[in-house]
Ligand binder design. Structure first.
Ligand code: AMP
Ligand code: GLY
Length: 420
């Protein structure tokens, strides 16, 4: 198979590594890719939201499978266009992608299906702000109903901050969502699905806040690990029975069935009851970096089967290992990242018995033969080992030797699991 991967983050580098190790895959193309994907195949200078450019590229290279990393091209209809010309696409059509494209649509779908989630109110008039703040209590959760790259959500106990977030969202979008604050521990369950079945990947946990101790602003994700012990087998059963099963039943029965990854962002309460914070219609970043390496079987075969609607014919297997990844972010991330600085030490890797350590590249590019940063999340150091402790220490062993001026990373990735 010739595979085209769309995107240029750590997630896409991880997918490229998994696909390059798949017996079913001959060659890999990535658009736009990064310094890591460039070593595994051909990078093409086409942006991940340039739908016409991507369709043209898929046709030109005669791709047998297109794997879409980010949500934007899915919302913009990349999968619809590829299927029209007979190229299998891992990623849902534009209607399916609305589960991420509109938080209100996702909420309404969950309410219709009885999928557990927080109470929610739509605010359309500035005069309703005060009443709404009274009826929801602190901490307030305010969500813009737009694709905002993880930055459209405000969680705050400060009423003034909440009020400002509500009114600026109203000014910008004409509406805003107020959501019940959910207590518990977060977990991500990535589900590969099509109309014939679904496969849950090992549950993972992201670290959304910028700094140690879960402090600072929300980011795209500063590190992750899998499997996440908060999702015990009995919690996983509830996730399947109450969330994944009903969603799969709904999505398989649409006129155009859902084919791709459904990412359930969950809050697990003290009793082990899951509630959905959000759905994404793609693999997570950095969750992919800790789940794809745990797939033992042929990744290309799995993704192609979902893209073609024959998932029930494959039986993926998992290694039973643990993985952890630590993101190195540019100075100023997430507010205003400073890019362009040279990076050293990123060629490090570890290969000791069953333990492996590697770098997943993200916002990086080559300038005059030197690796420089080009984005907020620059790279992630990943450890894969028989235990979570060993995976975490392997990831830190790698990242401690990487140098990028002003960069920062969290030193407590995995703290909830390791404290148990
Ligand atoms: P989202 O973009 O919807 O994933 O929200 C970003 C982050 O905000 C989540 O990962 C949570 O940490 C937090 N968050 C969002 N919604 C809620 C909620 N209803 N209750 C508690 N935390 C939330
Ligand atoms: N790690 C969060 C996301 O991919 O949306």
């Amino acid at each position: 198979m010739r595979v085209l991967i769309v995107g240029g983050g750590g997630r896409e580098h991880s997918l490229a590594i998994g696909l390059s190790g798949s017996p079913s895959v001959d060659s890999i193309h990535t658009a736009p890719g990064n310094a890591g994907t460039g070593k595994l195949g051909v990078n093409h200078d086409i942006g991940s939201s340039d739908i016409e450019g991507l369709v043209g590229l898929a046709r030109e290279i005669e791709a047998d499978l297109v794997v879409v990393g980010p949500e934007a091209p899915l919302v913009l209809g990349l999968a619809d266009k590829l299927r029209e010309i007979g190229i299998p696409c891992f990623g849902p059509h534009s209607e399916g992608a609305m589960l991420e494209g509109s938080k209100l649509h996702a909420k309404n779908t969950m309410i219709d299906l009885g999928v557990p989630t927080g109470r929610c109110q739509v605010i359309e008039e500035a005069r309703d702000i005060s009443n709404s703040l009274d009826s929801f209590h602190s901490p307030w959760v305010i969500k813009r109903d737009v694709l905002a790259g993880g930055k459209g959500v405000t969680v705050t106990s400060d009423r003034d901050v909440a009020e400002r977030a509500l009114s600026s969202a109203l000014d910008a979008d004409g509406m805003v969502l107020m959501e019940e604050h959910l207590d518990g521990e977060e977990a991500s369950v990535l589900v590969v699905m099509d109309e014939t079945g679904f496969v849950c990947l090992p549950p993972s946990q992201d670290h959304k806040r910028a700094f140690d101790g879960d402090r600072g602003p929300n980011t795209g994700g500063m590190g992750a690990y899998a499997p996440a012990p908060v999702v015990t087998p009995s919690v996983m059963k509830r996730v399947v029975d109450e969330v994944v099963g009903p969603m799969h039943h709904h999505l398989r029965n649409q006129k155009i069935p859902y084919r791709g990854c459904l990412y359930a962002g969950l809050m697990i309460d003290e009793e082990g009851a899951p509630r959905v914070i959000e759905f994404n219609v793609r693999f997570g970043d950095p969750e992919t970096q800790v789940t794809v390496p745990l797939i033992d079987s042929d990744l290309g075969e799995l993704l192609l089967a979902a893209a073609e609607g024959s998932l029930s014919s494959v039986e993926p297997s998992f290694s039973g290992m643990s993985a952890a990844t630590v993101v190195l972010a540019s100075e100023g991330y997430p507010e205003s990242p400073i890019t362009g600085g040279p990076i050293s030490g990123s060629e490090a890797s570890i290969d000791e018995g069953e333990t492996r350590g590697l770098v997943h590249f993200a916002g990086t590019k080559s300038r005059d033969g030197i690796l420089v940063s080009s984005g907020g999340r620059v790279l992630a150091a990943t450890g894969i080992a028989p235990s979570l402790e060993a995976a975490v220490s392997t990831a830190y062993e790698i990242i401690e030797n990487i140098d990028l001026q002003g960069s920062h990373y969290r030193s407590d990735i995995g703290h909830r699991a390791l404290r148990r």
